[in-house]
Design a binder for this molecule. Structure first.
Ligand SMILES: Cc1cc2nc3c(=O)[nH]c(=O)nc-3n(C[C@H](O)[C@H](O)[C@H](O)COP(=O)(O)OP(=O)(O)OC[C@H]3O[C@@H](n4cnc5c(N)ncnc54)[C@H](O)[C@@H]3O)c2cc1C
Length: 476
């Protein structure tokens, strides 16, 4: 029997598992996907919010501000890309100016440092491509950007390196009380654990109901994005928000840590927890509203679009609590959940401690993990040395992002090991460039087949039925 089972390998489950792996506890992460980071943690705005949006006194406000303080250090330990680029909430009229002032006051009450309302001239100096109609802005110097799936993969990988187990394709279908804990089933498979942490994103309400907790519900809220080529990444340097509404923070324009330009998200309430399709209407809204905020966005240079589902909880705040003996909810973690994740992990440790779980530091725990992008960022001299030692680093597989065979093989051999094309993409950026895998995916399929000892035709895009090859070219 495990001491703790974490259900859900998103950024929240991952950061909690990592925090738990620092202690003498046996930990198992249960994930229904074919890989980690396949829920909201894979498709979001990637912003480390400063913390001025959430209502004073809410758990969201407290954990956002603390998470934003912790994020740079966590990313440094885990070798994850993070940039403190600052954010701007721009206003176009007197009413917006009032909202901007309200956000400043709220941010200060939440403990956000360095907030300042700036005028049009200063805004233009900071962002020359900002809309000519923008007249003021809230400047938040502590805002940042991060790669959300890289953070999730690194957190789960670090937890595994420190002894945690990961069970993929494990879709929790029932939970039963047994002596000293719980039996957690996924079809015919079962895992036993003394305590459960429910971090199942949009499905956290269903998991809670399995143990009789009907106290909250979660509904999905769709957010669609358009991602532009790296050529456009320098159009803005800060994250540019519009003044928020009840439905969210509006359409933002931001550079990403990898140098692309990201625009979105929309905000549409849904019923279907699986529908991540983009829509013509949503993408058109993203493009129209992004252009209202920033001039000259070259949407002809879009390289892909995607959609994420927010887990909107019925209480309006993060739902982090204990339900009876040994069952903990970490639910309703919509935005700013990514920003808050390191602080959520701290908070959950405290809940466990209060519930009597013994947290004895584990000797040999290593909070650090080598960066997945270390080779790409090495000097030419260093790269030459690595290539001399391992010629696979001299063979470029993804030409758009210049990713080598050595980097792909290293990713396939590192915890948590990817088993499909999307998994390699999220770890190495191979297939993330202009051609979106048109050139390199057949080579990557070959590497996966060889490393996983499976037939070439058995490699999938993202597990399940996402089959890529139905037969050999000449046979079809
Ligand atoms: C459009 C959008 C924009 C956002 N922008 C930001 C932002 O800029 N900054 C920010 O701070 N936050 C942002 N967020 C919020 C942030 O992405 C989430 O708060 C965070 O990713 C939640 O992580 P999670 O681990 O709780 O959920 P998820 O990443 O969804 O992980 C839950 C996991 O549980 C698994 N699971 C579900 N059911 C089961 C089951 N029965 N058995 C086993 N496993 C199961 C899922 O497969 C999934 O992998 C945004 C979210 C969206 C959707």
């Amino acid at each position: 029997m495990y001491d703790i089972a974490v259900i859900g390998a998103g950024v929240v489950g991952g950061m909690i598992a990592r925090a738990l792996s620092a202690y003498r506890l046996s930990v198992c992460i249960l994930e229904k996907g074919h890989d980690v980071a396949v829920g909201a943690s894979c498709a979001n705005s990637a912003i480390v919010h400063a913390g001025f949006d959430a209502q004073e006194g809410s758990l969201k406000a407290r954990l956002n501000v603390r998470g934003s303080e912790l994020m740079a250090g966590v990313c440094e330990e885990l070798g994850v890309k993070y940039k403190n680029n600052g954010s701007l909430v721009i206003g176009f009229c007197d009413e917006d100016r009032e909202t901007v002032e309200t956000l400043r006051r709220r941010g200060e009450a939440n403990g956000v440092k360095g907030l300042r309302v700036i005028d049009q001239a200063e805004l233009r100096r900071l962002e020359p491509n900002i809309s000519e109609n923008a007249v003021c802005a809230l400047w938040a110097p502590t805002g940042g950007i991060v790669c959300p799936y890289e953070l999730t993969i690194a957190a789960v990988g670090n937890a595994m390196d420190n002894g945690a187990d990961l069970r993929l394709d494990f879709c929790v279908s029932s939970i039963d009380r047994i002596a000293g804990g719980w039996r957690i089933r996924a079809g015919a498979e079962a895992v036993e654990a003394a305590a459960i942490i429910n971090a199942a994103g949009v499905y956290a309400d269903g998991i809670a109901r399995m143990v009789g907790d009907n106290s909250f519900s979660i509904h999905p809220r769709r957010g669609e994005y358009v991602l532009l080529d790296k050529e456009c990444g320098g159009l803005v340097s800060h994250t540019i928000f519009r003044t928020p509404t009840k439905m969210g923070k509006g359409i933002l324009v931001t550079p990403t840590v990898d140098g692309n330009l990201l625009t979105g998200p929309t905000s549409v309430d849904m019923q279907d927890k699986e529908d991540k399709a983009t829509t013509a209407e949503g993408l058109s809204r993203v493009m129209t509203e992004a252009q209202e905020n920033v001039r000259g966005i070259p949407f002809g240079k879009s390289i892909t679009s995607f959609c994420g589902l927010r887990a909107v909880g019925s209480t309006g705040d993060f739902i982090i609590n204990r339900f009876g003996e040994g069952f903990f909810n970490v639910a309703g973690i919509e935005s700013p959940g990514l920003s808050s994740a390191p602080a959520i992990a701290e908070y959950v440790l405290e809940l466990l401690r209060q519930a009597g779980v013994k947290l004895e530091p584990k000797p040999g725990y290593n909070p650090r993990r080598p960066a997945m992008h270390a080779f790409r960022e090495a000097s030419a001299e260093e790269k030459n040395r690595i290539i001399r030692e391992n010629p696979a680093y001299g063979r470029v597989i993804c030409r758009c992002e210049t990713v080598t065979e050595g980097e792909i093989l290293a990713a396939i051999r590192t915890n948590p090991r990817p088993r499909d094309l999307d998994g390699v993409k999220r770890r190495t950026r191979a297939q993330m460039g202009r051609c979106q895998g048109g050139f390199c995916s057949p080579y990557i399929v070959g590497l996966l087949a060889e490393e996983l000892h499976i037939p070439y035709e058995a490699v999938t895009k993202s597990g399940g039925k996402s089959v890529i090859n139905v037969g050999r070219t000449k046979e079809v």
